[in-house]
Every structure is written in C-alpha cells, then in structure tokens.
Ligand binder design. Sequence first.
Ligand code: PLP
Length: 420
Amino acid sequence: DLPVADVDPEIAAVLRDELLRQQTTLEMIASENFVPRAVLDCQGSVLTNKYAEGYPGRRYYGGCEHVDVAEQLAIDRAKALFGSDHVNVQPHSGAQANAAAYHALLRAGDRIMGLALDHGGHLTHGMRLNLSGRLYDVVPYGVERDSGLLDMERVAEIARATRPRLIVAGWSAYPRKLDLAAFRAIADEVGALLMVDMAHFAGLVAADLHPNPVPFADVVTTTIHKTLGGARGGMILCRAEHARAIDSAVFPGQQGGPLEHVVAAKAVALKIAASPQFRDRQLRTVLGAKAIAAALTEAGDVGVWSGGTDVHLVVADLRDSPLDGRDAERRLEQIGITANRNAVPFDPRPPMVASGVRLGTSALATRGFAVEEFEALGETIAIALGPRFDAERERLRDRCRALAERHPLYPDLARTTIAG
Ligand code: PLP
C-alpha cells in the first residue's frame, strides 16, 4: 500500500504545488479558508469507504455504528451552536443544500424571491441558468443605487406585488449584515416562507458577530467551508415542522450515500467553532475587513461598495476607475494576493470583466493575521489598485511575501506523504 507520491507522482506534484501556492501567497478569496489539520485527517480517513444511506440509527446498510456516532455528533454540535430544532449535515455542498431546501418546501413553478446575482446574490438564489432559475418563477430583488444597501421597504413592496411562496435572504458578495427581523416580517405579511442562506457569514453567526438567522427563518442553509472554516460541504438547519421534508429531500430526494468522512470533518469544525479561539479569529476577520475598507477609502483611488463593511469581505468598487475587475485581480495576483473580480451593483462592465474585486479576510485571520497586519495589507492593496502600481510592484510583492512568511501555513504537512 503505497503513498500517492509513489502511486501517482503527477497527482502528488499537484498536491505539493498547491500546498506551496497556499503557503506562499495571501489568500483573499472571500469564500475560502484554511481547514485545520484535524479536518484534513477526517477527510483523508477510512470513513470514505463507508456507505451509510439513511440517517443515524436508520440506515440502509450494515456496519454504520461508528459513522452514526460521527454524524450524530455533527448534528448535535450544529443544533447547540446555532440553536436549531433540526439539522441535516449530509448535503455535499452549499448548492445541494439549497436545492434540497427548495425541493422540500416548493413545487416546480412556485415563485421565489432572491437577491440578484449582480447585486451580490448566489447562483442558487434564482439565476437563469441555475436549477433554481429553471424550476421556479424567480423575482429578483436588489440593492439601492445610491447606498449600495438593501432597502427593506423596497423588498417589502416587491414581495407585496408578487406574493412569492419563499423569500431567500443571503448573499455571496454583500458587505453588510442582513435585517433578519424585517425579512421575517415581510415573509409573514405576504404569507411566504423565509429561507436564509448564511453560507458566507455562518462563522460570524457562530461567534455572535452577526445576528443568528435560526430564530427568524423557516430554513437556514449554509456551507461549512467559508467563514466557518471547516470541511467543504453543506448543511441545513430548520424548524421541527420541516424536519421530515428536509431529510427526505436530501436523501432519497437528491443524494445517495452521504460522505461520512466529510461529515466527521464537519463535526470537528463545529466543535472548533464553539471555542473562544474561534471567536477571536472571527473578530480579527471582521476588524481586518474594516481595516482594508478604511485603507482603500483613505487612499481614494477606488471606491468601496456601501462605503465599508460589517462582515468578512470588502468589495472594491472600480466603476469610476480606469482599472476594471479583471485588471485589479491580475495586479493583486502579481504581488502575491489571490482574490476574485466581482460584479458590483449597476455594473457598466460585462460580468467577465466586472467593476469590482472582492477581498475576504477569513483565510488570513485563520492564518493568524492581527488587525495591524490587515492594516498594512490594506495599504498594500490600495497602492496596488492605484497609479503607483508599476513603480511599487516589487516592493509590494516583497511585503506580501514577508506577511506570508510571518504566518506559516501547514508547516508539518510538507513532511508528510500527503504532500509528497
Ligand atoms: N450559497 C452561497 C451564499 C454561496 O456564496 C455559495 C458559494 O459560494 C453557495 C451557496 C454554494 O456553495 P457550494 O459552492 O458549496 O455549492
């Protein structure tokens, strides 16, 4: 039984190169994070061998007594952390969690309201080419042109006029907290169900830095791998009345065997998310994003969507800049920062070019960045997006490299067989 380096040197090289890339660059993709070694241990474990269709204590396969323990721990920890009646930890991804929630609560052709993709929503909130856009009658809502913010009175007007069966609150690129009480009131007024997709801000919720959607929503969906910092995959939390429909929509409605190695890794991540160290990390995440927004604002060469942030991401607004989103992404890449271009609301440029760049602080906070280091990074990014970039490029790259070296990532991993 040989390690991957011996069985498949080409794939071993990919693992090694990707580890090196993660170690030597600064990861600012807002949906990414670095999982702890304990999560990697679970995901690379023998639990991957096990079929376990069904739920703990009610499986369609023998030999599930150990994976049952892991899945029950994941469920119980999620229930305790978020205060939810019921949790399903089996969705393979955030997209599948959302599809299962719709499948449980809606019929094809029902009307849903979701934040428009180009205003920060996710594909699964009703984008035309996504299953959500094809199966359901989608009414998008958006942010205001002046403020870049959701105006809940406008959201209410759209809901009153269109009477959706379900309203989705949640985002992939919106730099502010949601008014969950207002969403609940609108849903009640028009007789809609409320689903909150907290994929991006679940870690902030766990750390009490964002209001918890569980008391407000009928169903809450999330990924585990963004701010929550755990295994790549999804989860659904719901009120007791929807428990059976949700479980049945995940299995057998949509999936076969759960990924029990990932479920175990989700359990580990949920344990960590209840710790004081996790809260400190989320605090640095949010303060770091605020520091970056402040640095961009002070330099003044680019705008900042909504003038700042309350969460783990900042969207630089390039609508008035000669630089477009693609140029900005490339410039950052040249100095060792990985980020992604992003449409901003009322974007005059096409989506493949876009007028925004989304900068997340989660992964770097996990790496150990302090608020002062985020301040230095903000200054670096501001120069990179301004007129001095060409003259300063080398110096900025050295600064980013030094910041990465100050916070070693997976220092022991390079010596294991995983990395070859
Ligand atoms: N929901 C939101 C708000 C997201 O931002 C994302 C991913 O970026 C998803 C769902 C989908 O998650 P996944 O990529 O695991 O399918």
